[in-house]
Design a protein around this ligand. Structure first.
Ligand SMILES: Cc1cc2nc3c(=O)[nH]c(=O)nc-3n(C[C@H](O)[C@H](O)[C@H](O)COP(=O)(O)O)c2cc1C
Length: 186
């Protein structure tokens, strides 16, 4: 797919089913995710792939334990189930600021690099023919998920890229944004 076509027609998809990328395709996806701009070469990102029945069961348990631990109630428990079943694959993107680096860069810059990595995962999976959506919700702040994913104090789960194949065909058209409010030419 032409790069500009991909960038100008990308859409999030919320109804996702099998198939999801295989191991070889994931290698490509993470090669793309790790080519993002990265001031100082600090590699401030980590990725956790949740795929397959064992991983999905672990994810579900962590989501449900979050609801119990944070006393969030039955509505959130239902949401936890939906997140667990959202897609055949979830990729957690964790911003891992290298604060102890010899020449650290501001944390906000490192967060943005992780955000770029998340977007690269979206674009790369799209380019491979899959669909996805980036979600966050209260799950990103979950102490259970943070611990399960080995987050340090400064680390932030910045999203879960839910990946699979669109259940229904959908039109891919350019958004044709009215650019006037967003762009100034000096
Ligand atoms: C950091 C971030 C967090 C998001 N969190 C959620 C979320 O928790 N739930 C949700 O439905 N959409 C969430 N979205 C929005 C969707 O990923 C998507 O971008 C939005 O629905 C617009 O669709 P589009 O990407 O096709 O334009 C989030 C987007 C970003 C960038």
């Amino acid at each position: 797919m032409d790069a500009l076509d991909l960038l100008s027609t990308r859409r999030s998809v919320r109804e996702l089913t099998e198939p999801a990328p295989d191991e070889l395709e994931l290698e490509t996806v993470f090669q793309c995710a790790t080519q993002v701009p990265d001031h100082g070469g600090l590699t401030p990102w980590r990725f956790v792939v949740i795929h397959g029945s064992a991983a999905k069961a672990r994810f579900r348990r962590a989501l449900e334990d979050t609801v119990v631990q944070m006393k969030l109630g039955s509505e959130s428990m239902a949401k936890a189930g939906k997140v667990a079943d959202f897609a055949p694959m979830a990729i957690a993107v964790i911003a891992k600021p290298a604060t102890a680096a010899q020449k650290p860069k501001p944390e906000w810059e490192q967060m943005l690099s992780a955000g770029a990595a998340a977007y690269a995962i979206q674009l790369a999976t799209n380019a491979l023919g899959y669909d996805n959506v980036w979600i966050t919700g209260l799950w990103c702040g979950s102490p259970v998920l943070r611990q399960e994913m080995g987050c340090g104090e400064k680390d932030k789960i910045i999203g879960f890229i839910m990946v699979g194949t669109a259940q229904h065909a959908f039109p891919k058209e350019e958004k044709n944004t009215d650019l006037e409010p967003f762009v100034t030419y000096w």
